[in-house]
Ligand binder design. Structure first.
Ligand SMILES: C[S@@+](CC[C@H](N)C(=O)[O-])C[C@H]1O[C@@H](n2cnc3c(N)ncnc32)[C@H](O)[C@@H]1O
Length: 369
């Protein structure tokens, strides 16, 4: 019998035991197995009830509760006044938020808990939570979503390019561009700590959004010349925000559609930040090919995004991004191994992962032409 055959047999036996009510009762009663039984019961309950925690967090963010508690502890009636909730509603929310670590009780008042404080320090997370309204709508019937093969809902309308590559006028790109700019700092931080940008002279960020990535890298690497490439409506937003950051003379903005147009040349480093996972294999492979053609020999491509099967962050890849991108209507989370194999397929000489501090937020792969 093969190793997988033995494993399947062992798993069948284990699962029969775990499913048995008598075993479950015994494990919960016996003092030595009780802690394990409690841990397992709690973990299963988290799976059963997780969406209520997410919606509690959603209410904390969208009522302004997090901001309200940021400066000083408040009494329930003050929270009610600040959030516009009736007092019993505020009380219910505060208790729920306390139970999940977003709020903490101090005497008869309330302040931010550990998660609330971390959230306050990363405005990008609050923006992500708020935009989950669209994902939540699409996931109301996950089976229907799986059956129709994804897309066709609120999230695919939010990401206008998802189901119509290259699409998006000024109105369509505004919300996602703002969201990306708000959540970019934590991603840029991972890339900056992991990769020596100073070894390069000219950086082009493909799908660079409003320019938050080039601005973040440019601030730490003063001699690097900067450029980005994005759809015309997004490039227009980048022009404004880079001008506001005083970078007009340092950053060149190229507009185009990377599913049709070639990628500008003359850069020894090209980055793809949270781009590849957005696209199905056909589009992603063609993009990698275009980027390889644009790079000089020895030029590098940096891929920065959350990836599948990340140790310690497994559910974030295949569960969260798996369903997120399905609802969006294009793309899939990929493992570093899958990305590296795509890079080789596109003719890159080498591709290797570089460790980041918080791989849950982003992992990095560097490839050389
Ligand atoms: C998920 S966002 C990432 C933005 C930015 N890199 C970041 O991490 O904040 C994807 C970006 O790719 C751009 N994009 C999508 N399809 C594109 C296309 N066909 N050509 C050029 N840019 C495109 C979008 O406009 C958007 O700015």
């Amino acid at each position: 019998m093969t190793l997988d055959g033995w494993r399947a047999r062992w798993l069948a036996l284990r699962n029969r035991v775990l499913a048995s009510p008598a075993f479950q009762r015994g494990a919960a009663r016996f003092p030595l197995t009780r802690p394990i039984a409690r841990r397992r019961a709690r973990a299963l309950f988290e799976l059963v009830a997780g969406f209520t925690y997410s919606q509690t967090l959603f209410a904390c963010v969208t009522t302004g509760l997090i901001d309200a508690l940021a400066n000083r502890p408040l009494a329930t009636n003050e929270v009610a006044a600040r959030t516009g909730l009736p007092e019993p509603g505020a009380d219910r929310l505060l208790k729920a938020a306390t139970a999940i670590g977003v709020v903490e009780r101090v005497g008869d008042r309330w302040t931010l808990g550990k998660h609330g404080a971390a959230l306050r320090g990363n405005p990008g997370i609050a923006a992500m939570v708020a935009h989950h309204a669209a994902l939540y709508t699409d996931l109301a019937d996950p089976v229907a979503l799986l059956q129709r093969g994804g897309g066709g809902g609120a999230l695919s309308r939010y990401w206008s390019y998802a189901e119509s590559p290259g699409a998006g006028g000024a109105a369509e790109v505004a919300a996602y561009s703002r969201l990306m700019a708000a959540s970019l700092p934590m991603v840029a931080e991972q890339a900056l700590a992991a990769y020596p940008f100073a070894r390069h002279r000219r950086l082009l960020d493909v799908g660079g959004g409003e320019g938050a990535f080039v601005a973040a890298i440019g601030a730490r690497v003063p001699r690097l010349s900067l450029a980005l490439f994005d759809l015309p409506a997004v490039a227009a937003r980048a022009r404004e925000s880079l001008a506001a950051a005083g970078l007009t003379d340092r950053a060149v903005i190229h507009e185009g559609d990377f599913t049709r147009d070639s990628i500008p040349q003359g850069f020894d480093l090209i980055s793809l930040v949270r781009i590849l996972h957005d696209h199905d294999d056909e589009v992603a492979n063609a993009l990698l090919l275009r980027i390889r053609e644009a790079l000089p020999p020895g030029g590098r491509l940096l891929i920065v995004e959350p990836m599948a099967q990340t140790p310690g962050a497994g559910p974030a890849g295949d569960a969260y991004f798996g369903f997120y991108l399905l609802a969006m209507g294009s793309g899939r989370p990929r493992t570093p191994r899958e990305i590296i194999s795509m890079l080789h397929g596109a003719g890159f000489r080498s591709g290797r992962p570089i460790a980041t501090d918080l791989p849950l937020i982003a992992r990095v792969i560097v490839a050389e032409r």
